[in-house]
Design a protein around this ligand. Structure first.
Ligand SMILES: [Zn+2]
Length: 97
């Protein structure tokens, strides 16, 4: 199958640079977009404890990858692809069970 997605980071023009993150897909409802949730702990020096944080990043989901809800994926920073997207899914680390 040939990839015709112009925003595909693997087959076509969009270059990746900057941050590379891993997270879980929590929504694949939108066309060519997935919401990636990332859990992380950050140390707070004043209270000497970790705080658990969570961020949600909209990322481009090209047809050749087609990640589904529950998949663990790697995302890379790209140029801004739309009003909210500046990341693209580059690979599926683990498929949902
Ligand atoms: Zn592609």
């Amino acid at each position: 199958m040939e990839c015709i997605d112009k925003k595909c980071p693997i087959h076509n023009g969009v270059k990746t640079r900057g941050a590379r993150l891993e997270g879980i897909v929590v929504s694949d409802k939108a066309k060519h977009t997935a919401i990636i949730e990332i859990d992380y702990a950050r140390f707070n020096y004043k209270y000497e404890r970790y705080s658990r944080n969570r961020s949600r990043i909209p990322a481009h989901n090209p047809a050749c990858i087609n990640a589904k809800t529950g998949d663990i994926v790697g995302i890379s920073e790209t140029r801004r692809l739309s009003k909210t997207k500046a990341f693209a899914i580059t690979d599926v680390v683990k498929k949902a069970a």
